[in-house]
Design a protein around this ligand. Sequence first.
Ligand code: NAI
Length: 320
Amino acid sequence: MAEIRYDGQVVVVTGAGSGLGREYARFFASKGAKVVVNDLGGSVKGEGSNSSAADIVTSSINAAGGIAIANHDSVVNGERIIAAAIQAFGRIDILINNAGILRDITLKNMTDTDWDTVIDVHLTGTYRTTRAAWPFFRKQKYGRVVNTSSSSGLYGNFGQSNYAAAKLAIVGFTQTLAKEGAKYNIHANVIAPAAASRMTQTVWPPEMLDMYAPTWVVPLVGALVHTSCAENGALFEAAAGHFSKIRWQRSPGVMLRPDEKFGPDALLEKWEQVGNYKSVSTAERPRDVEERLQMAWMMEPNRPRGKMSFVERVVLVTGG
Ligand code: NAI
């Protein structure tokens, strides 16, 4: 197989001043891409700003013969980051939404500021950069987006309800981008990485930090955005050289008829079946809302069916 390269492509990496983002930026630049190294340069909690984070990474890329510019905007002003890419390089092909902060605190002690700041950077930031890049992707009929979720969002994590909420919201956001972008050859995928960085260095034991270098996550991001990769709307985990794909799974479930027993008592009687995944051959994996709704449609033959599919109807109503 020929060496994977990104010559002629413009990559925006948010939060590229340290940790995972820095490794992504260095990788893409070393493989021929022009890179926008975005970083606000604040603290892990999202306080303050400092241009040196993005500047140092940018200088090291350029010194090594790559092509990069620094950008110091917050992802909350994502349109400015995309504008910087267009101004410097005239296009954008790949967007890696990676910037992030933490404000770990239990729900009992959470303030609105803790909540809003985390949601703003992760979720709203991801939305703003992507929305700004979208018209360019659509026009050139090409775009690749990698968004960043977290195991905290997928599984929940003590003291991280703000972060977990933002991170799982990013999964739903990405899966929707995948559906809206497919006909324009825009692919969006989402990753849940784990790596030693300033985010994890205070909570992970030192021997674990040694094993989880951020460079171990890079192959997944590089693969997902390459022209040869057809993945769209998928979720992956990556850490310490291990890569895997994650999907929702649904039990076969139960169907209650709207008779005189219809209600929570009837449902509780069959509760075991609701969560029974044992018959794996009939366990279900809906990939979209239409497939999720099909169960009820299939089990109620007398329900009227429209001429349009659910997806066609939604496309019509939301503007295509
Ligand atoms: P990091 O703290 O080393 O890097 C995050 C970067 O984002 C920092 O350089 C920071 O200055 C920048 N940033 C923060 N707010 C910003 C804003 N508003 N605008 C622009 N830049 C901003 O952390 P790490 O570990 O590299 O995290 C990267 C991403 O991976 C984050 O989204 C994080 O939530 C996610 N992640 C990391 C995990 C890990 O084990 N390190 C686990 C799961 C997810």
